[in-house]
Ligand binder design. Structure first.
Ligand code: ADE
Length: 214
């Protein structure tokens, strides 16, 4: 799976992508991540990427030229859908992540300011996605949310292949939540681990876990 991420803040991705599971998946070549600085595509002599909105109003709008050129560039290497992260997009869900994990790649557009020029939305974006009904300062965190949730569904990314199949909200669990988890010690501040879990009786454990799904 190849992710191309278009942003004016490329460094915001560094620390996250250089940690743990995502880093390992990248090293193992299970995913490929390319971060593109939209500003580098600007033909403006000051590398401007935003301007005041036509018709007036507050805030700045990202201009079409740098975005257009950046998307066309990423397209050369990535044939997947172009996804714009925006609070007015379709809400992201686990079911959606499962569908997207089957694709060969995708291109994320991270917006800033008040938004991006509508002509780009009308012509170059395949899908608009929101990660929830709240407004963030930009699409960078939402892009990381999608990247993380989609990557962990790719076979081999998680240690144990089936460990995502019992996730909360996954299709396999019919949208139910997970059962409670316990680890050592068997007693912590007077609170004991349920007896059935230390019994070694697999059938009873499975039944108990099923009974605990909310
Ligand atoms: N950009 C700003 N807020 C967002 C949200 N909730 N989801 C996706 N992109 C966003």
């Amino acid at each position: 799976m190849r992710f191309d991420i278009l942003t004016i803040f490329p460094r915001t991705f560094e620390s996250y992508l250089n940690e743990s599971i995502i880093k390992r998946a990248h090293k193992k070549k299970l995913i490929k991540i390319k971060i593109h600085d939209i500003r580098k595509f600007s033909k403006d002599k000051h590398k401007k990427v935003d301007d005041v909105p036509y018709g007036g109003g507050a805030g700045m709008v990202m201009t079409p030229q740098p975005l257009h050129d950046a998307i066309k560039y990423a397209r050369r290497y990535n044939k997947g859908p172009v996804i714009f992260l925006t609070p007015d997009g379709n809400t992201f869900t686990q079911i959606k992540a499962e569908k997207m994990a089957k694709k060969s790649g995708m291109i994320f557009i991270c917006g800033r300011y008040e938004g991006i020029d509508q002509r780009i939305r009308d012509t170059l974006i395949d899908e608009e996605i929101s990660i929830g009904n709240y407004v963030l300062t930009g699409g960078e965190l939402p892009a990381m949310v999608l990247l993380d949730s989609i990557s962990r569904l790719i076979p081999g990314v998680l240690g144990k292949e089936q460990s995502h199949e019992q996730d909360s909200f996954s299709k396999a669990l019919d949208r139910k939540k997970e059962y409670p988890h316990y680890t050592r010690p068997a007693e912590f501040k007077g609170m004991k681990v349920p007896k059935v879990l230390v019994s070694g009786h697999h059938k009873n454990i499975a039944a108990w876990r099923k009974s605990k799904l909310k």
